[in-house]
Design a binder for this molecule. Structure first.
Ligand code: MLT
Length: 402
């Protein structure tokens, strides 16, 4: 069974006069972790057996925190790209004691023979790394902007980033994550929700979007299709405002472009007070019937129960933070008019009462060239209420993008 991680101890002789692990030693530890991984897997001679050598061509390291003598660093390594003669490995070093991200690095290698000519990446190495990826294909914890996010990453291909709504988590995309093979599916829990950290402060659309951009950096993803549901759509639009060059396509699901009206702003504050005083269960009680279509409520008590349980487990700080972020977000009507060159699909549940199909239609009309898909039998949560139909629409759109 492939080993997912390598633990290495920081020694005093690897540190500078102030006791920090120094740069040269850190590079050696990254290299040591790669060789240890091979030792535990296909053997350290996996390259020389085939007469090829992985020559390092490029290194990018992001130092995030200091490490000191005695710290045990856990190195995680994954192939982010493999071509015929070259490959890119992403490594992270986290401190075992507190799971802090100490550094992340990307190494680009070209396999060469003794004359320095490019040679194919050994098949055994490629297979070993792919097996490792399968083992690790579920939930990872990735630190961005000082917050640990739980992230599910599956598959290979063009990347699609799923952004859940309020007060939900990544599991609303379960069917899409499992089914959309041929794409690299990335589904984080936003800060404050699901299994991600929930700081007391630090919530806004621009912070959520910055978390997602940093997450893509860590995963070595340059550009993505953004797929945001409801609050996830607000975040997707904010991401576009700041980082348009990274967006290959856009899926806006059961969401809207307008900012909150004064009366909705007031209701955000009332909901925040409810969460503080009576907890997440009280939020679940009010949200579940609004989120699901009447037909889902009547015929699928299992779905209603699943969403109730999910919301009931949300950290109050995350709920309060998200409510403030939604209350204070800016409108995106002007932005929609500028999206002609961003391939866009607007999706809405036919029975959504929170963001009705009429709003989806208006949004699709405002974006030149946007497509619209209405999902029968769904309310505010098409990916959960009508998973096959929703996944089918997404696949059609994604395949057209190539
Ligand atoms: C969501 O599903 O994310 C929320 O309903 C959005 C909102 O309350 O504006």
């Amino acid at each position: 069974m492939p080993t997912p991680e390598i633990d290495l101890v920081v020694y005093p002789d690897e540190c500078d006069a102030f006791g920090h692990l120094n740069q040269a030693s850190f590079l050696s530890l990254f290299e040591r972790a790669r060789w240890e991984m091979l030792r535990e897997g296909p053997g350290m001679d996996v390259f020389t057996r085939t007469g090829s050598w992985p020559a390092l061509r490029k290194t990018v390291i992001d130092y995030r925190a200091a490490a000191f003598p005695g710290d045990v660093l856990r190195f995680h390594q994954v192939l982010t790209h493999v071509g015929r003669t070259s490959f890119t490995m992403r490594q992270t070093a986290r401190r075992v004691r507190d799971d802090a991200l100490i550094a992340g690095a990307e190494f680009v290698f070209v396999c060469i023979d003794r004359e320095g000519r490019p040679t194919p990446v050994p098949a055994e190495f490629r297979e070993y790394m792919n097996r490792r990826r399968d083992v690790q294909a579920d939930v990872q914890r990735i630190t961005v902007n000082g917050v640990n996010l739980a992230v599910e990453v599956r598959g290979e291909g063009p990347a699609i980033l799923f952004i859940h709504g309020y007060p939900l988590d990544r599991t609303i995309w379960q069917d899409q994550i499992l089914s959309l093979d041929g794409f690299r599916r990335i589904a984080p829990d936003l800060r404050g929700m699901g299994q991600s950290d929930a700081p007391d402060l630090g919530y806004s659309m621009s912070i959520y979007a910055a978390d997602l951009a940093a997450l893509l950096d860590v995963l070595g993803v340059d550009d993505v299709v953004l797929c945001g549901l409801s609050m996830g759509g607000y975040i997707a639009l904010e991401f576009l405002r700041q980082r348009r060059s990274r967006v290959r396509g856009l899926i806006l699901m059961d969401t809207k472009a307008e900012a909150d009206t004064p009366s909705i702003k007031r209701s955000r504050d009332v909901a925040a007070a409810t969460a503080r005083e009576r907890g997440a269960v009280a939020i679940a009680d009010t949200m579940v019937p609004k989120m699901l279509a009447a037909g889902t409520m009547a015929a699928r008590p299992d779905i209603a129960e699943r969403i109730r349980t999910l919301i009931s487990g949300m950290p109050v700080s995350g709920l309060v933070g998200a409510l403030a972020a939604m209350r204070d977000r800016e409108g995106s009507e002007g932005l929609l008019k500028t999206l002609a060159e961003v391939p866009t699909l607007v999706v809405a549940g036919e029975g959504d009462t929170l963001t009705p199909p009429s709003e989806a239609r208006a949004m699709a009309d405002a974006i030149t060239g946007a497509e619209l898909a209405i999902i029968p039998g769904a309310g505010h949560l098409p990916p959960v209420e009508q998973p096959e139909a929703t996944t089918g629409k997404l696949r059609e759109f994604l395949e057209k993008l190539g």
